[in-house]
Each structure stands twice: as C-alpha cells, then as structure tokens.
Design a protein around this ligand. Structure first.
Ligand SMILES: Cc1ncc(COP(=O)(O)O)c(C=O)c1O
Length: 373
C-alpha cells in the first residue's frame, strides 16, 4: 500500500524514549526521575481533585497554578504557560515560531527530541557541535544565530550536565526568532535563577524558559510543565495549544507541589549530595565523570565498553542509559557513554557494588576472546 502519511513523517525515525519497565524490582537510573516521592500535600491535592468535579472541563488557563508560578519567579500571571509536560511546550514552541522550511538550532549532543519536533513540522535542523569540554565555538554560534528561528538549549545540558552562563547563552539568541532555555534540570544547579534572565533586556523579550515537574518535583507520572516568557510570546503560544491541555488532577498536583518548596528543596539537596558521592566513587573506579549540575552524571570508561557495561548492569536489574551520538566531524567516531540518574543512596550503592563485578566480567570475556583468536 502506498503511504498516506505526509512525506516529513515518512522520512523521520521518531523519538525513542528511555526504557520504562512496568514491573517492580529494578534500580531505575535511566530517565532522570526523582527517586523520592512527591510532597504529601500533592497526594492530598490529587485526592481532592479526583473526588471533585471530574465531569466538567478543567480551567483552560490553569489560573491557580499560574498564580503560584508567577509569585515564585517574580512575574505576573500573563508570563506563564502551563502544559502537559515540558515536551508539550516544546511542541507548542516549534509550531508557533518555526514554519516548514525554516530552521531550528540546538547544541549537539543534547536533547534530540528537538530534532524530532523539527522533522514533524517540516523544519530543517542545524546542530551546534560541542567540543570535548562540551562547549561551542562562539564563531559557529554567531553564524547559526543568523539562520535559525528557534534555538533550543538545555541548561544544564543533557546528557552532559554542564551549565552555560548568561553571556554564553546570549551568543545563541537568533537574529530573528526565539531562544529557548530548557530548564528541565534547572533546580539541580548550584544557583537556580528566579526569573532574572527573563527580565534581562539583553534578551530583547525573545527568551522562553521551560520548566518541568518531572524531575525536581518528583511528578514524572502526572505530566506537567510550564513555560515563562514575555506576555506577547505567551499570548501567541496560547493560540497554538489544545484548549484543555492540562487536566484538573495535574493542575491540582502541580500547584500543591510548587507551594511546598521545602519538600522539593530537601530532596534536591539530598540528590546533590548523592551526586557528589557518586561522581567521586566513579572517578575512583577509573571512569571519566563530567562535572554535573543536574540529577545525573555522564560517564565514560577507558575500556570504551559502554554498551556492554549497560547490558551487564541490565542483566542485574540495574538500568542506566546508554547513549550514542554522531561524531564531531563526519569522519570522527561516534561519541558514546552512560548517563546515570542520581537515585537514593541505597540504589547508588547497589550500582557501585555491581560495577566492579561487571568490569571484571567484561575483562574476562575480552581475555577469552583474545585467547581464542
Ligand atoms: C532536556 C529535557 N527537556 C525536557 C524533558 C521532558 O520533560 P517533561 O517530562 O516535562 O516532558 C526532558 C526529559 O527527560 C529533558 O531531558
């Protein structure tokens, strides 16, 4: 049968999300969820919403949530756009600002969903290549900003966990278009901002910050995120979103989560402590660990057996994320490694106990292979 899809959809591979085993018993360190439960206030709010008025549509503007978010970031409510996860806001942004045939830009390696969103929309993609220290060449950035309508940049970056400064980010503001700071991991950095960047005139009112409840607020299961930008941008994006993009239960949960800052900050501080412990321990085991400002670390090992190590860990019911990216030039080898989410101290100890055994086993297999040649 000949395809009935738009050619752009036929041509794309589609984004592959991380593995989500549905049975228990896994040490799950692969998709950057929070290992701690959400605030008890969130559970109460969900129960309240669920026995409430589920027969009627939710507030299309989620105004109770907007008030909380605006207060936290020192903005007014017309600066806030709630969405069904950060990913929905990224979709809304791509559809709002980049016509088919126009270009989006993003640092590479980073969150490859940006590329899938561009493909769905029929847009082109320009990657801003990162060097071995995960930095871009300012001259290359200066060329790209002339071309793209939307520049996506995760800050801190994923999978590397590094944070870019205000002055570096300014290098990416498109001449004609918007800069998107994807702050999915923003709360795990040393000094999370409280809206200063949005008020900074250097960004010319063309900066959009996206935030999620999936990570620092322990709510990946409910799907909620929000964008912050100048009201002129929010007003236009509102035309593109589904009328009722956030359901009543998730609005109630996110609002309660935002109100309980102490809960989020306590978990975030614990995760930062565990991150430091894990980074040191992995360095001692011979790994190269990128300094991280997020709730994960990116590691490589001199043996370069990253896929095999991922598989060895998986066979012990420990799930980390094996990632492979194109090389820095067309003839360079691919870049690969493991991205490990910061779990509880117990989960991290299970991982740290398993790694030497896995490495030993891999070494044994390697020697066996060598002997049989
Ligand atoms: C950089 C980045 N942005 C956005 C998201 C998606 O967030 P959400 O769960 O709110 O859709 C992720 C999820 O892992 C991410 O890594």
């Amino acid at each position: 049968m000949t395809s009935v899809f738009r050619p752009a959809v036929d041509l794309m591979a589609g984004y592959t999300p991380g593995e989500q085993p549905q049975e228990t018993g896994w040490v799950k360190l692969n998709t950057n969820e929070n290992p701690y439960p959400p605030s008890p206030e969130v559970v109460k709010a969900i129960q309240h919403a669920a026995i409430g008025r589920l027969n009627v549509y939710p507030d299309p503007h989620a105004i109770t949530f907007k008030r909380e978010a605006a207060a936290l970031f020192g903005l007014s409510t017309d600066w806030i756009l709630p969405a069904n996860g950060s990913d929905e806001n990224l979709t809304i942004i791509t559809r709002s600002f980049c016509d088919s045939g126009q270009l989006i830009g993003y640092p590479y390696p980073s969150y490859v969903l940006y590329e899938s969103l561009a493909q769905i929309q029929g847009c082109g993609v320009r990657r801003l290549r990162l060097n071995a220290d995960w930095q871009w060449d300012p001259a290359e950035a200066a060329e790209l900003r002339k071309l793209v309508r939307v520049f996506y940049v995760p800050n801190p970056n994923s999978p590397t966990g590094n944070l870019w400064s205000r002055d570096q980010l300014l290098q990416l503001l498109p001449d004609q278009g918007v800069l998107i700071l994807d702050e999915a991991y923003g709360d795990f950095s040393d000094q999370p901002h409280r809206g200063e960047l949005l008020r900074d005139p250097a960004f010319d009112g063309r900066l959009i910050v996206t935030r999620t409840f999936s990570k620092s607020y322990s709510l990946a299961g409910i799907r909620f995120g929000f964008a912050m930008a100048h009201p002129k941008l929010i007003e236009g994006m509102q035309k593109v979103k589904d009328s009722y993009n956030c359901d009543a239960v998730s609005i109630a949960a996110a609002t309660a989560a935002l109100k309980d800052q102490n809960w989020m900050l306590t978990n975030r501080n614990q995760i930062m402590k565990t991150r430091s412990h894990l980074s040191h321990a992995l360095s001692n085991l011979g790994f190269n660990v990128a300094p991280s400002q997020a709730n994960f670390v990116w590691v490589t090992h001199p043996s370069a057996q990253h896929r095999q190590l991922y598989e060895q860990l998986k066979s012990r019911k420990i799930l980390v994320r094996y990632m492979k990216f194109d090389g820095r030039t067309s003839d360079a080898p691919p870049i690969d490694g493991l991205r490990i989410t910061i779990g509880t101290d117990t989960e991290i100890q299970t991982l740290l106990d398993a790694i030497p055994l896995c490495l030993q086993e891999l070494k044994g297999l390697q020697e066996l292979k060598g002997a049989s040649v």
